[in-house]
Design a protein around this ligand. Structure first.
Ligand code: ATP
Length: 379
């Protein structure tokens, strides 16, 4: 018997930005119109490259997505563009003084959900199928489009994913297509994949199983073989994108009343999920449907085949993390419980920003878990 697994972590950080702040952006000549935008406003459009070697050069990549101004911001005083994009890697903040920032990739506000998936989602799936752990973190200010990017609108799902569908359903649609192709191609080796998913929430440093919301305050454990894992977390076998969407859409009958009102809000908004339905939400001034918790959707992908009279196993973990908004406490109007949550949210985001996991930070093990930790061993 031979076990395969790779310790290398592939991490993509999706940083979401919103256009609010100082007035008077000078816009580039390479422009395209924003749908539903003010007729006269043109924004720069820079196509992102679908580069198959996306992950090969650096294990950690940062991709910025800028959300367009929404209708309320367009008509409100004091909101206007505060960013100018200069290339597919560079953004200028139009403050005093103007400041230029460079990232691995900058997706302009006209990028489609499909294109973003092709740039960032494809390589993740390919990596996981090759036995690497991959993790995508979405983070940014509240209302900047984290949930839109990660989940999007999955309200209508008659067979085909809609245009507004986010990266999560697209990733799984692609994953299961690739699995079917591979199993077909390597029938003679009896190649078989098995995928198991879990969905958890971290709210004020407590872990809740979103697939079994009565399971709260779960504990993080560490094991030489398993790495960092959450004890008693529900795992569900999945074999199609429909299975994933069913998990995301289904609401447990014993869900807490607060969770159910959240479901109603999401249903109204046209994006709803079994797990996501149970995420903690509370209104802040900046986004009336603000998510107050981090959510981690995990898929463990195992494959097994026979070759040269040996049985081979391979493991890969795919983590999709939707972090809580990082709004400023003063501008968001957060008080009491909301303020405590904001402090915890900001603490964990700072930990992430450090690029390292300081010992003693209660969220460090969680981030390690989100990154796939030291999953997979060859013993
Ligand atoms: N790229 C985009 N294009 C069009 N609309 C967008 C885009 N990104 C976000 N939106 C819209 O902006 C609003 C806020 O987005 P979303 O709820 O995803 O923010 P969030 O970052 O998840 O906020 P929070 O941290 O408070 O949960 C939603 O109505 C969403 O549909």
């Amino acid at each position: 018997m031979e076990l395969e697994g790779k310790h290398i972590l592939n991490l993509i950080q999706l940083k979401l930005l919103r256009h609010t702040g100082s007035k008077g952006a000078t816009l580039s000549s390479r422009t395209s119109k924003v749908i539903n935008s003010e007729p006269s406003v043109q924004v720069p459009h820079f196509e992102l490259a679908e580069d198959p070697s996306f992950w090969k050069d650096h294990n950690v990549q940062v991709l910025i997505r800028v959300r367009p101004l929404n209708n309320t911001e367009k008509v409100s005083q004091g909101y206007s563009r505060c960013l100018r994009q200069e290339s597919a890697q560079t953004l200028v903040w139009l403050g005093h003084p103007e400041t230029r920032f460079t990232f691995d990739h900058v997706a302009c506000e006209t990028i489609s959900q499909e294109k973003l998936f092709r740039v960032a989602g494809f390589p993740m799936v390919d990596n996981c199928m090759s036995g690497y752990n991959s993790c995508m973190f979405a983070y940014g200010q509240t209302g900047s489009g984290k949930t839109y990017t990660m989940m999007g609108d999955i309200g209508e799902m008659s067979g085909k994913l809609g245009e507004q569908c986010g990266i999560t359903p697209r990733i799984f649609e692609y994953l299961f297509t690739r699995i079917r192709e591979e199993e077909d191609k390597r029938k003679n080796e009896k190649l078989k994949y098995s995928c198991k998913c879990s969905f958890l929430e971290i709210y004020n440093e407590q872990i809740t199983d979103l697939l079994e919301p009565s399971s709260t305050n779960l504990l993080l454990r560490e094991d030489l073989k398993k790495g960092v894992y959450v004890e008693n977390l529900t795992e569900v076998s999945v074999s199609s994108v429909d299975d994933i969407l069913r998990i995301l859409l289904q609401v447990k009958p014993n869900a807490k009343p607060s969770s159910l009102s959240y479901v109603a809000q999401i249903l109204q908004k046209g994006r709803c999920t079994r797990g996501a339905a149970n995420r903690k939400m509370a209104a802040t001034h900046m986004n009336t449907e603000s998510s107050r918790s981090h959510s981690v959707f995990t898929c463990n992908i195992e494959s097994c085949w026979e070759k040269d009279l040996m049985k081979h196993f391979r493991f890969g973990r795919l983590n999709l993390v939707d972090l809580a908004g990082s709004e400023r406490q003063k501008s968001s109007g957060a008080e009491g419980d909301r303020l405590k949550e904001a402090a915890n949210i900001n603490k964990s985001l700072s930990t992430l920003g450090l690029g390292e996991l300081p010992k003693g930070d209660p969220l460090s093990p969680m981030l390690l878990y989100g990154c796939g930790g030291f999953e997979c061993d060859d013993g």
